[in-house]
Structures are given as C-alpha cells and as structure tokens.
Ligand binder design. Structure first.
Ligand code: KG4
Ligand code: ZN
Length: 395
C-alpha cells in the first residue's frame, strides 16, 4: 500500500492511498485501465451486484474523505484530507474548525477521488455518505454535498452508519471475508463487540459503559504529556516502555461479560501520575504508556476471543482507529492463532476514518435496494443497527 502525502499551506495533510496491503500494485493496474473506466456507462446490475461504482464521502470528525469503490471491495481511489495538525494545538478536535475545513476541502477531495479513479460524476452509480454518528456540523457538510450531487446528477443517495463503515473496511483487503463473523469495533467514540450476522445486520453483544477505548488512549496520552492524538503517540511510546512496570486494573462487569469499562483504568493512571508528581518522582512516559496499553489490549482481546468461542464463530475482525494499534494487532493475532480463529484486520490507514470503508458498506445497502431521499439529515447519535431509523428518508 502506497500513501502519497502532501502538507498544504494551512497544515492540512492531503493523502492519496493506493494499492492494497501486501501487494505492490497501483490502483489503476488493480482495477483495469483508466480509459475503459471513463467510457463506462452506468451498467450497474443491482440484482447481481455487478459493476456498481459508488462515490463515497466521509466527514464525521476531522478527516474530509472521498473515495470511489467498485462492488464493495475494490477501491479505485481513496483520498483523505486530515486536519489532525490543526486540532493538535487545542488538544482535541474543535468542532467548529472541523466543519469549516470540511467545507473548504470537500470539493477538492471529491475531484481528486474521481480523477484518480479515471471517472466523472456521470459514471458513478450512486453517492454514499456517512450521516451519523459524529459531530453534527461536520456530518452536515458531507450530507449536504452528497445530497447536492444526488440532486444534480439524479444518482441514488445512500446514507451510511459510520461504524458500519469501519466494520466494512475489512471487506476491502479480505476478499474472502463474508458474514457471519465477530467484529471488535474500537474507535474514538465507540467500543462495540458485534456479531456481523449478514451484510448490514448486526447484533451488539458488548459495548462500553463509559469511555470509548480511543477516548481512554487520548485522555491518558494528554495526562502523561504526550498530547494529541493520543492513540498513535501511546502506541509509539509503548514500544520503548515496560508493559509490566505497573499493574493497572482491568474492569470486569458482572452482569454483562462482554461490556467494557475504561474509566476506572483511566482514573488509576491519573492517580498514579498525581501521586508521582506529589512525591517529586519522575514520570516514565514509556512505562506508563506500555502498561496502560497492555491493560486495554488484554481486555479487548480477552472479550473478543471469548465471544468467538462462546457464540461459535471462527472468524474475528477488528475495526476503528484503535484497531491500528500495534499491541492490539499483535496480541489478537497470537490469540486467534492459538484458538483456531481466522483473524481479519484492515491496514492501519483503513482503520482510521476514510471514505473507502463508507463505499464498501454502501455497496451492500445498494444491492439490497436501500435508497435515501433528499430529506436525509445528519444524525449525530445514530445507533448501530437501528434499521427503522436508518431507513427513514428512504426514497
Ligand atoms: O475511528 P477513528 O479514526 O475515529 C472515530 O470514529 O472516532 O478513531 C480515532 C481514535 C482516536 O481516539 C485515536 O487516538 C485512536 O483512534 N487511535 C489509536 C491509534 N490510532 C488511532 N489508538 C491506539 N493506537 C493507535 N495506533
Ligand atoms: Zn471513525
């Protein structure tokens, strides 16, 4: 997988992701030649799911992203405009800044995604967009853009649940992956353990009672002075530290064995930091990072493996920003191998927010006949798997 990066004048990082993990193939080579694609008429066959090309848009947090995805698994282009650097000075995402930058960057991302795919708007079969959950102002930028494209071109509109997008990122590089399987979804706002029963059909078997896993990473990183964004910084620092230096608590929830709780762990780290400060001890960032990461990762892996065994699934996938954590990937791989479970994980750049995953999720909705009307709205707290609400606005 090749990532072309360019830092723009305003600090936003423009990225174009090409190829697939483990393959040194360019997108164009992977997807047929450009000329053939440009002359492609809309010959999508929703019944068989053939030749369905979707333009996907994502803007739920601080990444403006656009991608063109064919048949749910083939990424023709994947553009991400990341604002992380702009929010770093504030120690977290500032919603108003995020929304404004989405407005500035959205058209450029879409233009780049179409151009890299060798397509024009007339060649796509549908436009898909994340409509929740996320920051309302940020979501609205993508939703308005997608509605405008749908209205102007007459192409169908498909709303996608952000977390379903994260789960669907697994379909891109794992062409053989089909439901049912268990998926651990761990992002900045969510920690869910779900059974993916079929495409677009989810049973939530566990979720966080308080902080999401990514939120805990971000808060602990801030407390030990690593700054924002916390997850990647803790991941990096943990590599230099001793995971056995401290024993931080791993919460068990008696009445719901698959639920998570990270606030006790976070408080315990904060208490340790305060105590060390009061006693004038020097804080070893790397040791705290490594011990904290170990505690989080062991709980995540433990719950996921247990769920596979008890529910009788031999396929386990991970998704969301925290799924790019190297400690989580390593331990999960080891435990899956030990328990005869096939382990699926997206490349790190497909774990964090992107639009390719939205295009993948949208395809499976498209072939089911799901269409949204122009009354689609951003739903900041959209629950996972809430079909009734999701189908509201179907046109
Ligand atoms: O999925 P995502 O990009 O956005 C949301 O939908 O929330 O996830 C962002 C979260 C942040 O909390 C970030 O700190 C965390 O994912 N994250 C990581 C890593 N990379 C991103 N956490 C642990 N280790 C990482 N390498
Ligand atoms: Zn996300």
């Amino acid at each position: 997988m090749k990532i072309d990066k360019n830092v723009e004048d305003d600090g936003v990082i423009f990225m174009s992701i090409k190829g697939e993990e483990g393959k040194d193939n360019s997108v164009k080579k992977d997807c047929g030649d450009t000329e053939k694609l440009s002359s492609k008429k809309s010959d999508a066959n929703p019944e068989s799911g053939d030749n369905v090309t979707i333009l996907a848009i994502e803007s739920s947090c601080d990444e403006t992203a656009a991608a063109v995805v064919r048949n749910g698994r083939e990424v023709l282009s994947n553009i991400i405009s990341s604002q992380i650097a702009l929010h770093t000075i504030y120690g977290g995402v500032v919603p108003e800044i995020a929304s404004r930058k989405h407005v500035e960057k959205m058209n450029g991302c879409i233009r780049a995604a179409l151009s890299e795919a060798g397509l024009e708007l007339k060649d796509i079969d549908a436009v898909a967009v994340t409509y929740g959950p996320g920051l309302v102002g940020a979501l609205l930028v993508g939703v308005s853009e997608a509605k405008a494209i749908s209205f102007a071109t007459g192409k169908p509109l498909i709303g996608v649940h952000h977390i379903e997008g994260h789960i669907s990122a697994n379909f891109i590089e794992n062409k053989d992956l089909e439901p049912p399987f268990v998926c651990l979804v761990v992002s900045g706002g969510h920690s869910h353990l779900v059974v993916v029963k079929d495409y677009g059909e989810y049973e939530i078997i566990g979720q966080t009672r308080d902080d999401a896993a990514g939120e805990a990473f971000d808060k602990v990183a801030r407390a030990i002075g690593l700054g924002y964004p916390g997850g990647p910084k803790i991941d990096k620092a943990a590599k230099e530290g001793n995971p056995e230096a401290f024993t931080f608590p791993q919460a068990k929830i008696g009445d719901a064995e698959y639920d998570f709780s990270f606030s006790g762990l976070k408080s315990s780290v904060l208490n340790y930091i305060n105590q060390a400060k009061m006693q004038g001890e020097e804080l070893d960032q790397a040791d705290v990072a490594a011990s904290f990461q170990k505690a989080v990762v062991e709980v995540l892996v433990g719950h996921a493996i247990k769920a596979c065994k008890e529910y009788g699934y031999d396929k386990l996938a991970i998704a969301g920003g925290v799924a790019s954590n190297s400690g989580l990937r390593e331990l999960m791989e080891k435990e899956c191998a030990a328990n005869n479970i096939r382990f699926y994980r997206p490349s790190p750049v497909l774990c964090t927010d992107n639009a390719a995953m939205i295009g993948a999720a949208a395809y499976f909705e498209y072939i089911k006949g799901v269409r949204f009307g122009l009354d689609m709205n951003a739903v900041p707290n959209l629950p996972l798997g809430d079909r009734e609400r999701r189908y509201h606005g179907r046109g």
